[in-house]
Design a binder for this molecule. Structure first.
Ligand SMILES: Cc1cc2nc3c(=O)[nH]c(=O)nc-3n(C[C@H](O)[C@H](O)[C@H](O)COP(=O)(O)OP(=O)(O)OC[C@H]3O[C@@H](n4cnc5c(N)ncnc54)[C@H](O)[C@@H]3O)c2cc1C
Length: 436
C-alpha cells in the first residue's frame, strides 16, 4: 500500500461503514475499517436468528470476505477507545486488551447505537435488548431454555412463568419478536414436547403508546394489531415497564398509575437505543454537543461542524431528524465516502446530503408484513412478499441470500426451525443455562 495517499479510517462495519468503504474502493486513498466484530451484521433479521429460524451465519458476513477485492483496504478487529483530534490519531483496543494507534487524514465514525435502559440499568441483567449478534444468541438461549425448563417442572404456577414471555416495546423489533415467539410456540414446537403444550405460551407485548408500530400509518398499525391478536399475542397499550426481575415483570398504567405484576421468566427489552460509548469520547474530543440519544449533530456534508476531516454517519449521527434506519445509514455512508473522494480530488465545495426515503417495512407473522413507502401502503400477503424481496435484496452476499430463501421456503413447508441448539456452555456459567 502506498503511504503518501490520504488515510481514511472508518469506525464500524455496519450499513454506513460498509457503504462508505465501497464508495472509496477505487479512489486514491488508503482505507482502514475498524470494527468490534469480524462480520457485517444485517440487524433487520436479528429477530429471526433470536427465534431459531436463521443461523448467525445467514444474517452476517465476514468483513474480510465482503471486501476481499478492495485493493486499498485493511480490516482491523478492534474497538476504537480514544482519539487525539490534534494529532489525528485513534486508539484502538485489541481483543486481548492491548492497544495501538491508527493515524488518519479523514475519519468516518459509523459506530451505531446500543440498547438503552434509560435509568433502569438494573433491568439489563434480566431483560436483554436486541442490537448485536450476542444479544440475539442470548435471547435464543433464553427462549429455547424456557420451554425446556417448563417441560421438567411440575408446579403449574412455576411452569406458567417459564411459559410467559414479555416483550417491552411495541415498535418493529418488539412486534417482530412477539409474533415470532408465538409462531415458535404454535408451529415449530407444536408436536415436540410431552408434559407441556407449547401453544399455551403467553406472549405479552407491553407498549407505552396508544398503538403498536407508531412510525407506520394508523391503518397499517391496525392491520398489524389484528394479526397479532389472531396469533395470540396479548398486547397491553399505555403501560410502562417499571420492574423486571428474574421471574417477573411489572407494568404501570400511564393513565392512572395502576401497577400489574406478571410472573414471567423471560423479558426482552426493545424500547429504545442510545449511542455507543465511543460517541461520548468523540463528542468530548471534538467539543460537539450530543443530542438526547447521544447522537452527534453533523453538517450538511455529514462532517462535524468545525472538523471537516471527521464525518459521523448512520444511526450515531443526528441530521434533520432523519430516522435511525438502514437506508439512512447506507446513503449517509456513501455520501461521506463521496465527499472524501471529491475533497481528495481537489473539489472545495462539498455537496449536501440528500436523503431519498424509500420507505420502511415490518414483519408481523407468516404471510403478513407491512410496507410503507410514500403513498404506497401494503399489508397482508402483498406486504409480506414485498418485505421478503426487500430484505433479500439488502442482505449481504449471494450465499446468504440463497440460504435464507431456502430456509424460509423449508420453514413454510415444514414449520420447523433448526437453529435451536443450546448447551450448558462454559462450566463457569453452567448454573445459568438460560443465558444471563
Ligand atoms: C433488531 C433490529 C431490527 C431492525 N430492523 C430494521 C428494518 O427492518 N429496516 C431498517 O431500515 N432498519 C432496521 N433497523 C435499524 C438498522 O439496522 C440501523 O439503522 C443500521 O444498522 C444503522 O447502521 P449503522 O452503520 O449506523 O450502525 P450499525 O449497523 O449498528 O453498525 C455499527 C458498527 O459499529 C461497530 N462498533 C461499535 N462501536 C465500535 C467501536 N468503539 N469501535 C469499533 N467498532 C464499533 C459495531 O460492531 C457495528 O458493526 C433495525 C435495527 C435492529 C437492532
Amino acid at each position: 500500500m502506498a503511504t503518501s495517499r490520504p488515510r481514511v479510517v472508518v469506525i464500524g462495519a455496519g450499513f454506513a461503514g460498509m457503504h462508505c468503504v465501497r464508495r472509496l474502493k477505487n479512489e486514491p486513498v488508503d482505507v482502514t475499517v475498524v470494527d468490534r466484530g469480524t462480520s457485517h451484521l444485517f440487524q433487520p433479521l436479528l429477530y429471526q436468528c433470536a427465534t431459531g429460524l436463521l443461523s448467525e451465519g445467514a444474517i452476517s458476513s465476514p468483513v474480510r470476505h465482503l471486501t476481499r477485492r478492495h485493493k486499498n483496504l485493511d480490516v482491523v478487529l478492534g474497538e476504537a477507545s480514544a482519539i487525539d483530534v490534534d494529532a489525528r490519531e485513534l486508539t484502538v483496543d485489541r481483543i486481548d486488551g492491548s492497544s495501538f494507534h491508527l493515524a488518519y487524514d479523514y475519519l468516518v465514525v459509523a459506530a451505531g447505537m446500543r440498547t438503552a435502559y434509560r435509568g433502569n440499568e438494573d433491568f439489563a441483567a434480566h431483560a436483554p435488548g436486541m442490537k448485536t449478534l450476542d444479544d440475539a444468541l442470548s435471547i435464543r438461549r433464553k427462549i429455547m431454555a424456557a420451554f425446556e425448563m417448563a417441560e421438567t417442572i411440575t408446579d403449574p404456577d412455576e411452569q406458567r412463568s417459564w411459559l410467559t414471555f414479555a416483550v417491552a416495546g411495541g415498535g418493529p423489533t418488539g412486534v417482530e419478536l412477539a409474533g415470532q415467539i408465538r409462531e415458535v410456540a404454535t408451529l415449530a414446537l407444536e408436536r415436540e414436547f410431552d408434559a407441556i403444550d407449547p401453544a399455551q405460551a403467553r406472549v405479552l407485548l407491553l407498549h407505552g403508546g396508544d398503538r403498536v408500530l407508531p412510525s407506520f400509518s394508523a391503518r397499517l398499525s391496525a392491520s398489524a394489531q389484528r394479526t397479532l391478536d389472531e396469533l395470540g399475542v396479548e398486547t397491553h397499550l399505555g403501560v410502562h415497564v417499571t420492574g423486571v426481575g428474574e421471574d417477573h415483570v411489572e407494568t404501570t398504567r400511564k393513565a392512572d398509575g395502576d401497577k400489574q405484576t406478571y410472573p414471567a421468566r423471560t423479558t426482552l427489552w426493545t424500547t429504545g437505543v442510545e449511542a455507543v460509548p465511543f460517541a461520548t469520547t468523540l463528542a468530548r474530543a471534538l467539543g460537539a454537543e450530543q443530542d438526547r440519544g447521544g447522537r452527534i449533530p453533523v453538517a450538511a456534508d455529514l462532517s462535524v461542524p468545525g472538523h471537516p476531516d471527521v464525518f459521523v454517519c448512520g444511526d450515531m449521527s443526528s441530521y434533520r431528524d432523519l430516522p435511525g434506519v438502514a437506508e439512512v445509514a447506507m446513503q449517509g455512508g456513501r455520501h461521506a465516502g463521496a465527499v472524501i473522494a471529491e475533497t481528495v480530488a481537489g473539489q472545495t465545495d462539498r455537496s449536501p446530503f440528500k436523503y431519498r426515503d424509500l420507505g420502511t417495512a415490518a414483519y408481523i407473522a407468516r404471510r403478513h408484513a407491512i410496507v410503507q413507502s410514500g403513498p404506497l401502503q401494503l399489508s397482508g400477503f402483498l406486504g409480506w412478499v414485498a418485505w421478503g424481496v426487500i430484505h433479500i435484496a439488502f442482505l449481504a452476499g449471494v450465499r446468504n441470500r440463497m440460504g435464507t430463501v431456502m430456509t424460509w421456503g423449508a420453514t413454510l413447508l415444514t414449520d420447523s426451525r433448526r437453529e435451536r441448539a443450546i448447551t450448558y456452555g462454559d462450566p463457569e456459567t453452567a448454573r445459568q443455562p438460560y443465558g444471563q
